[in-house]
Ligand binder design. Structure first.
Ligand code: DGL
Length: 270
């Protein structure tokens, strides 16, 4: 691998939700230039087969490699669960690869979390059992429960946050018997950091809420500094590509990135 610190950081997600991770990276690593790819033509990944997600993820990683990224971060929990091992096999010798699950797993297992741990995410992420497998591999006795919460993504995208409707949906999911008496809840989906404080409030601030965006940004900083690849100054602007474009995506992107961004259409499949 012959990588240089001035190369951009590649990030991809099924859509614009991964911008929560990009936003945390912008705050922590302001010198890094990001190239973001949102696969809006195929979203949501949460309901797709693992085979389709692997296919899309490989194309996107190939594209980010062509853009000379030094690292590709899979900023989507569903793709991290379904495709990361394949990406590692195919591209691991050319580029640094990261996902959004491993940094959370190592943070939790190294921070001595005790008690029952809950995970919420898309159907794809939860049914893959990836969080459980990885957490148990590092801490075999850990009690872990997981629950798919598929309505939360469209709920957030439609702007139903911090209101009565979202409170009711959050309550309907989190009051599940499965999640009873958890000490920690992993937000295993790109969109959920948007409602982190609402979830905290639901639990009366008694449950530790793990927001992967912050943890992943921190891990990226550690990886780049370990490899001597931290950018010393920012060269050029971030770029944001999407595989399908509508005004709606622009609106949602603003909510996730907290700034107006230009979404460039790049259909890798046409
Ligand atoms: N980005 C996805 C994730 O983090 C959520 C949206 C989708 O289902 O595509 O799992």
């Amino acid at each position: 691998m012959n990588l240089e610190s001035c190369q951009p950081v590649g990030i991809f997600d099924s859509g614009v939700g991964g911008l929560t991770v990009a936003s945390a990276i912008r705050s922590l690593l302001p010198n890094e230039r990001m190239i973001y790819f949102g696969d809006t033509a195929h979203l949501p990944y949460g309901d797709k087969s693992a085979a389709s997600i692997r296919h899309y993820s490989k194309e996107i990683t190939g594209f980010l490699l062509e853009q000379h990224c030094k690292v590709v971060l899979v900023a989507c929990n569903t793709a991290s669960a379904a495709a990361f091992d394949d990406l590692q096999r195919e591209y691991g010798e050319h580029i640094l690869l990261m996902n959004v699950i491993d940094p959370v797993v190592s943070r939790i297992t190294s921070s001595g979390v005790t008690g029952k741990v809950g995970v919420i995410g898309t159907k794809g992420t939860i049914h893959s059992g990836t969080y459980e497998k990885k957490l148990r591999a590092l801490q075999p006795g850990m009690e872990i429960v997981s629950l798919p919460t598929p309505l939360l993504v469209p709920m957030i995208e439609e702007g139903f946050v911090y209101d009565d409707i979202s409170n009711a949906i959050i309550r309907a999911y989190l009051s599940s018997e499965k999640l009873k008496d958890i000490s920690t809840l992993i937000l295993g989906c790109t969109h959920y950091p948007i409602i982190k404080n609402q979830i905290r409030k639901y639990y009366d601030f008694r449950v530790d809420i793990i927001d992967s965006a912050q943890i992943v940004a921190q891990e990226l900083k550690e990886v780049l500094s370990r490899e001597g690849l931290l950018a010393s100054d920012k060269k050029g602007e971030h770029q944001f590509f999407v595989s399908d474009h509508t005004d709606y995506f622009g609106k949602v992107a603003r909510m996730f990135f907290d700034e107006d961004i230009f979404l460039e259409l790049k259909d890798l499949w046409r």
